[in-house]
Each structure stands twice: as C-alpha cells, then as structure tokens.
Design a protein around this ligand. Structure first.
Ligand SMILES: Cc1cc2nc3c(=O)[nH]c(=O)nc-3n(C[C@H](O)[C@H](O)[C@H](O)COP(=O)(O)O)c2cc1C
Length: 362
C-alpha cells in the first residue's frame, strides 16, 4: 500500500486511559539544559512549545543521585526536582499536551565527578568499559565500575519506586522505564556487560530480572497500563553495547513485558546516529508479541512513518531530531510543509539558543 498523505498519523488513539489526538510522539532527548538537576522555566517552555505532539516523552531523568550519567541533566529524586517537573507538566497540560517521564539510571555509563562524594559508578560487573561522558570538568573516560552487590538491589528498586511516586505527584501522564541505549537496565540485559554468576546474570531470564523487578516496583504506584519500557535491541550507540544473541534475548524480554501487562513499548529500531551499521533484526516479530501500544522510533520521515502505520507494524511513531528542530512538527506534517534543519552545535547545553528559538511555520 502506497501512502501519500498523513491520515494515519493524525488518527486518534487510546493510550494509558487517555485519548491522544494523533500518533506523533516526541522521542525522549537529553538536552543538558538543567544545571543543578531541577527542571526550570526554559525546560517548561521547550516542552510546552511541542504540546501538539500526541505524546511527549521527556528526556532521560535520573532516579538517583548515583544514576546521573551526563552533565546538567534533570533528576526526580528530590522534592525540589518533582516541583520543577510539576511546573513543566502544567505548562504542557495548559497547552493541551500530554507528557511521559523517562526514568533513567545510567549505571556504569557515568563518572565519579557526576556522583555524590566522588562515588564510583555501579554496573552489573566490575569489568572495564570503554567510552567517555560529559562531566563538569570536560569529557572523561569511563572507569571500571563497582559491581552492584546483591544486597544493593533493594536500594535501586526503592529509588525507582520513590521516583515513580514523585513522577505521579508531578502530574505526568505516564512513565517509561529506560531499558535501552546502554544504561543500567540494558547493561544487565546484555551478555557483553553482564558477567554475573548470581540470579541477575547468565540466562536471559536472569538478565531481565532487574527490569521486571523495576516494572513491579513502579507499577505498584502507577498501575500497569500507564507504565512503558524503552528498548533498543540493536542500537550500539552507547559504548557499542551489544548482546551475542539479540534475536534470542529480546523476544523473551518482550514476552515477559507482555506477561507483566505493561501499557506500551517504545522501540528504538536499529542503530541511531548517521553512519551507524544496521544489524538485521525482526522488529515486526517483536511487535506481534506485544498487545499494548507499540511505538516505533528511529530515522522516520513523515512518509515512512505513515507507511509503517498503514502496514500495521506500529501504533505510533516517535520522532527525535525532527522534534528538536520543529516545535510545530504536527502542524508541518498536516500541511505537508518542509522541516527546519537541526543545528548540531546547540544540541547539548547552550541555554535558550538552539532550544527555544526554532521557528514555527509563518
Ligand atoms: C540530542 C539527543 C538526545 C537524546 N537523548 C535521549 C535520551 O535522553 N533518552 C533516550 O532514550 N534517547 C535519547 N536520544 C535518542 C532519541 O530518543 C531517538 O531514539 C533518536 O534520536 C532516533 O530518532 P530520530 O531518528 O527520529 O532522531 C537522544 C537523541 C538525540 C539526538
């Protein structure tokens, strides 16, 4: 079927007890405009500008002071941060939008200059990892992490639980657990980073245990249908994180999430980044295993998004970079208008420039 207009993208859809006006999602994106970790007026204006999206996913937000992996990113582990987020959600709601919080723990993808008391980042295993992160003192190489002790797992789950409670108080419409892109939960999922010999390592069932325990914890606050998960089965974007058998692991992960009854899956299909190699993978097979709302992401254009919906291989489409550069992406799609190009120099941490000043259509 060849699709030439945007009828499917502009269809309403039921999502987590809400009726969304369209199927166009703003993908979660770190912008490093939150010095001190407390969401501010610039952040509120940025998201409010994009309120015509069917759904906004807010950027990766640390559930713990020990889960921060990037400079000037927001958290949801203090009351002050929750109050800052409440201002963001009310700005979005006033403009008629809906916003989901992405709960993030960076795990070993961090640096001691970002963590309280200069603590070493935690990961599934104390093995060397390569790569560097942006810190207050510039880009720093990642060190060998501290392996999360079995006895420390309840504390991590408590942090997710407390973050879920604060997200509810801050009036988000749903929450998403970030289990992709090489962060803590993904580090547990993959056999390239998880070398544990306890019940959190080894078989796929063991490696997904932390994810399922986190889902259990946050669902106790939100109910299952307003909880979703982001996965990125073949995205090597962070540290080249990989699994030796993603085609074995991820169908099992999706079956377990289906069994847990979560409301939505946010799937980064393939590798992000311009020159990245694409690893062949059956994403349609994953989609067929899941009865909730399936959101597909990565490199979609208006045309390819429309085609994916028409073919029934996704329920909604998440757009990343095009939403940064086009606050009125929905209106532009409706009008068939051209898109603003993205400015790469101001992606991270440049205040209002490159953040609030992308023009809407005349
Ligand atoms: C500046 C920037 C920041 C990003 N930050 C996050 C993030 O915080 N959490 C996340 O899950 N993905 C993040 N991503 C990935 C995007 O959500 C999305 O998966 C990716 O850009 C591919 O979609 P696109 O081709 O439509 O841009 C980021 C991407 C960009 C460009």
């Amino acid at each position: 079927m060849v699709v030439e207009d945007v009828r499917a993208l502009l269809q309403p859809i039921e999502f987590a007890g809400l009726t969304l006006p369209n199927r166009i999602v703003m993908s979660p994106m770190t912008r490093s405009r939150t010095p001190g970790g407390v969401p501010n007026a610039l952040n509120a204006e940025y998201y409010a500008q994009r309120a015509s999206a069917g759904l906004i996913f807010a950027e990766s937000t640390a559930v713990s002071a020990y889960g921060v992996g990037f400079i000037d990113t927001p958290g949801i582990f203090t009351d002050e941060q929750a109050a800052g987020w409440a201002d963001v959600t009310s700005a979005v709601h006033r403009r008629g939008g809906r916003i989901v919080l992405q709960l993030w723990h960076s795990g070993h993808y961090s640096h001691r200059t970002l963590l309280p008391g200069g603590a070493l980042p935690i990961g599934p295993s104390a093995r060397p990892v390569s790569g560097s992160v942006r810190t207050p003192t510039g880009r720093m190489d990642v060190e060998v992490p501290r392996a999360l002790e079995r006895e420390d797992v309840p504390q991590v789950l408590d942090e997710y639980l407390a973050a879920a409670r604060r997200a509810l108080e801050a009036n988000f419409d749903a929450i998403e657990v970030h289990a992709g892109n090489g962060y803590l939960i993904d580090q547990f999922l993959r056999d390239s980073t998880n070398h544990r010999t306890d019940e959190y390592g080894g078989s796929p069932e063991n490696r997904m245990r932390l994810l399922l325990e986190v889902i259990e914890a946050v669902s106790s606050v939100w109910g299952r249908k307003r909880v979703g998960v982001r996965l990125s089965p073949t995205n090597p974007s962070v540290f080249g994180i990989a699994d030796s058998q993603p085609e074995v692991l991820f169908p099992q992960v999706v079956d377990a999430l289906e069994g847990a009854g979560i409301g939505f899956l946010d799937m980064v299909e393939g590798a992000t980044g311009e020159a990245a190699d694409q690893y062949p993978f059956d994403y349609e097979g994953l989609r067929r295993r899941f009865s909730g709302v399936y959101i597909a992401n990565n490199r979609f254009s208006r045309e390819s998004a429309e085609q994916a919906l028409a073919d029934g291989r996704a329920d909604m489409i998440a757009f990343g970079r095009s939403f940064i550069a086009n606050p009125d992406l929905v209106e532009r799609f409706r009008a068939g208008a051209s898109l603003n190009p993205i400015v790469f120099e101001t992606l991270y941490g440049s205040g209002a420039e490159g953040y609030l000043d992308y023009p809407t259509m005349a």
